[in-house]
Design a protein around this ligand. Structure first.
Ligand SMILES: Cc1ncc(COP(=O)(O)O)c(C=O)c1O
Length: 520
């Protein structure tokens, strides 16, 4: 494709995107295709000769779009909002137009320096303490591809911190400070004893990180009475037992805005427990909720003061509720040195003058991979287009919709809130007056599973389910509503709720017909 060909194809692509968004509200939310729909339509091998690019573009529309779940649709309320804005789409175009792997400053100085500035903009917008700012010279932020990658990165740094500490405290050790390589015998002796922690409501990224490291992940139980928040005493109990068993706690994931219910773990208590140990780092996973720290009135609820006091690292995704298209995870650390100590492997071919003199940051030493995308341009375009006020207004709309939906649920005779709105997320189930008080928990769960099956059979809405493990009652099965989508209006919320009521009443009718006997 030559430059003029690109111009033509580029304009056509923008037109196609505009048409997609113009017609989006008329589309279903979910893709109406069966498994294999696309595989059956594609050739089994790459074409032998070149094809007309206009044909390739038209195939996007005819083959790909039917298999796309419309995350930008106003009635998409599953998982989490995965917002893409026009500003971030254009930013991606610019970024790939100068495509480069950005692993160090000299690769393209603009990539590193824009990222530094953006990470400080966002740290300040979220109220993160000065130590998390690059400007401080101590900590700072880096953009990663996912919250899962952030956990892996934080855990590698936590492991090295723990092993380094153990090396200095080993009987007879002459090692001190951090300017030494961790001896192989220390690694061999302690590595397999390291344990990581979260709660039964921590995102599966905790379990997955442990799988990748070949270590144990302890999911500390939580209770309904505590609104599923991880508490300090429960964590302490599990840590005490592990230490008694000769294991070494090294990494705790506390969540600000759990996936199931949006709960905020008790970082105050967790931090106080961990302050007693030299081997444990505290990572805050605020993948979905963290962007709401931009709202000063939410900072108490989101425990910003405790994060600033205790967190070793903090992460939030701009690519969920934060108006920036995938992928854009903001990962902040209190002490950047621990990342460099854990991840700096510098062969001769990566050396250059400015890095040797310490004048610049090499982001390759702040992440797992070497190459990286130029993601900060998306943050730059979005934050300049929206401004702080526009960003905050956007967040407030989702929170307000959630409050209004919760009122509809409370007023309904057939439904009840399971968990009240946490920012823009709530959970509900069939319940209230429609279901006798003595109905067994398993039967309630079954009824709600049937509701979920019915909702999943519809294409005009998309909600997801969850199960809430708890120490003080049976696990509750319920439906989540994740609001905050850029295109979601209150009318969308009401229309989705009408669908839920319609399907719920159908489930109740069937249930009443069988007098509940079949469920007993
Ligand atoms: C609390 C929480 N952490 C982590 C994730 C996973 O994020 P990522 O896909 O960026 O790894 C999610 C959502 O998917 C989440 O809700």
């Amino acid at each position: 494709m030559d430059i003029e060909g690109f111009r033509r194809a580029g304009y056509a692509a923008v037109d196609a995107v505009c048409d997609y968004y113009t017609n989006l509200s008329k589309k279903t939310v979910r893709a109406q295709v069966l498994p294999g729909y696309l595989i059956d339509q594609l050739p089994r091998e790459a074409p032998k000769t070149d094809e007309d690019f206009a044909l390739v573009q038209s195939d996007f529309e005819s083959l790909i779009l039917p298999g796309i779940t419309n995350w930008q649709h106003g009635k998409f309320m599953a998982y989490f909002p995965g917002i893409s804005t026009f500003e971030s789409m254009i930013a991606d175009l610019y970024a790939t137009s100068v495509s480069n792997p950005g692993f160090n400053w000299v690769c393209s100085p603009a990539c590193t320096e824009l990222e530094q500035v953006m990470m400080d903009w966002m740290a300040k917008l979220f109220g993160l303490g000065k130590m998390f700012h690059i400007e401080s010279g101590k900590g700072g932020g880096v953009i990663l591809n996912s919250a899962s990658e952030a956990v892996l990165t934080a855990a590698v740094a936590a492991r090295e911190t723990a092993l380094r500490y153990l090396a200095t405290t080993e009987p007879g050790s002459t090692l001190s400070g951090d300017g030494f390589d961790i001896p192989d015998d220390i690694r061999a002796k302690y590595s397999s004893k390291l344990v990581m922690y979260g709660s039964t409501h921590t995102h599966s990224l905790g379990q997955k990180a442990a799988l990748i490291f070949g270590l144990t992940f302890r999911a500390v139980p939580v209770s309904t009475a505590d609104k599923y928040a991880l508490r300090g005493d429960a964590l302490q109990e599990v840590i005490d037992q592990d230490i008694k068993d000769g294991l070494i706690p090294f990494f705790v994931i506390a969540t600000v805005g759990t996936t199931s219910t949006g709960t905020v773990d008790r970082i105050d208590e967790i931090g106080a427990v961990l302050a007693e140990y030299n081997t444990i780092s505290l990572h805050i996973d605020a993948a979905w909720a963290g962007v709401a720290l931009a709202l000063e009135d939410q900072r108490g609820y989101l425990r910003l003061a405790d994060i600033n006091r205790y967190a070793t690292s903090f992460c939030t995704n701009m690519h969920k509720w934060g108006l920036v298209a995938l992928d854009c995870t903001l990962f902040f650390v209190r002490n950047r040195k621990v990342l460099n100590l854990a991840l700096d492997a510098t062969p001769a071919y990566l050396r250059y003058k400015e890095a040797e003199t310490g004048a610049v940051i090499d982001y390759r030493n702040w992440q797992l991979a070497l190459g990286r995308r130029f993601r900060s341009i998306k943050v730059w375009f979005v934050m300049r287009s929206y401004g702080v006020k526009g960003f905050q207004d956007h967040l407030r709309v989702g929170i307000d919709h959630c409050q209004q939906l919760s009122k509809l649920i409370i007023a309904s005779p057939s439904f009840e809130l399971v968990t009240a709105p946490s920012l823009a997320l709530l959970t509900f189930r069939l319940g209230g007056a429609a279901i006798p008080a003595d109905t067994l928990p398993a039967e309630r769960n079954l009824l709600n599973t049937l509701l979920n099956v019915r909702l999943n059979a519809r294409y005009d809405v998309f909600l997801t389910q969850t199960l809430l493990p708890s120490t003080d009652e049976e696990d509750v099965f319920c439906i989540r509503v994740a609001l905050g989508g850029r295109r979601t209006t209150m009318r969308d919320v009401e229309e989705v709720w009408a669908v839920v009521v319609e399907e719920g009443e159908e489930v109740l009718r069937e249930w009443t017909k069988t007098s509940g006997a079949a469920w007993a």
